[in-house]
Design a protein around this ligand. Sequence first.
Ligand SMILES: NC(=O)c1ccc[n+]([C@@H]2O[C@H](COP(=O)([O-])OP(=O)(O)OC[C@H]3O[C@@H](n4cnc5c(N)ncnc54)[C@H](O)[C@@H]3O)[C@@H](O)[C@H]2O)c1
Length: 270
Amino acid sequence: MPNSGDRFRLDGKVVVVTGATGILGRLYSQRLAEAGARVVIADRDPENCRQLAEQIRAAGGQAQANPVDLSQEASVEDWAREILDSPGRVDVLVNNAATKSPQFFAPLEAFPLDDWNHVMAVNVTGMFLVLKHLGPSMVAQGHGSVINVSSIYGVVGPDQRIYEGSWYEELGGPINTPLIYSVTKGAVISLTRHMATLWGPKGIRTNTLTPGGVSSGQNSAFAEKYSSRVPLGRMAQAEDLVGALLFLASDASVYVNGQNLIVDGGWTAW
Ligand SMILES: NC(=O)c1ccc[n+]([C@@H]2O[C@H](COP(=O)([O-])OP(=O)(O)OC[C@H]3O[C@@H](n4cnc5c(N)ncnc54)[C@H](O)[C@@H]3O)[C@@H](O)[C@H]2O)c1
């Protein structure tokens, strides 16, 4: 039995990260590689995947790029086949991808159905497709850890007051949390509970990782209003999520199944 520090290590394990080139996925992939994992970088843009895998290898880690469009079953099927060809197995699956849509911040009354369907297709149906096509190999080997990424808005409703005067530099406009985001993130939590009982008996642990709002280019009006609602008094830094991710990925959480690990500075504790 390894000592307690070693139980967080991932040496020799293959970890698939979807949404791997996004704000959080990028750091997750780097930290998973530092913990010893071989990381499968999965995201939509092949060049971004290739570059991140290259960066990780240049830093001494193990990584490979396997781009995928999670909204298309044929793409997920081909992608799963590639991964099962090389490296040939999956020990940990981090279902981290989520999407915005062209009119993501439109008010509910004007929210296009196409946008609704697209966000659902990636955030929820995409997780189902990944489980459908990669999961059976985990079941066949009889072990694995699945981490599904939700959000505090899958747990509680948004405090609509914090969006007054908000602005997000990267998007060049005001932001809010649309209904479809909350709906898809709530679905992730029930998907986790279902899978925990379905595949738990086959040796697969499934848990949810729920981040609070991460600081990434929101304006100060938003950051201040958000932070004033957080018992710890600030937004998350991406790095704040890493300990919980490594815990759920590794044997440190060997008896944890079906749970939601909320890393939000206490936002949902009020
Ligand atoms: N950043 C936050 O404040 C925050 C807070 C709570 C929860 N989360 C959750 O954490 C996860 C990561 O968030 P992030 O901030 O890094 O988001 P992000 O938008 O930076 O990254 C998401 C990634 O998913 C990828 N993706 C989208 N559609 C895809 C598709 N069809 N196929 C394959 N990949 C696709 C995107 O290309 C992107 O790289 C998401 O599930 C998000 O809901 C984030």
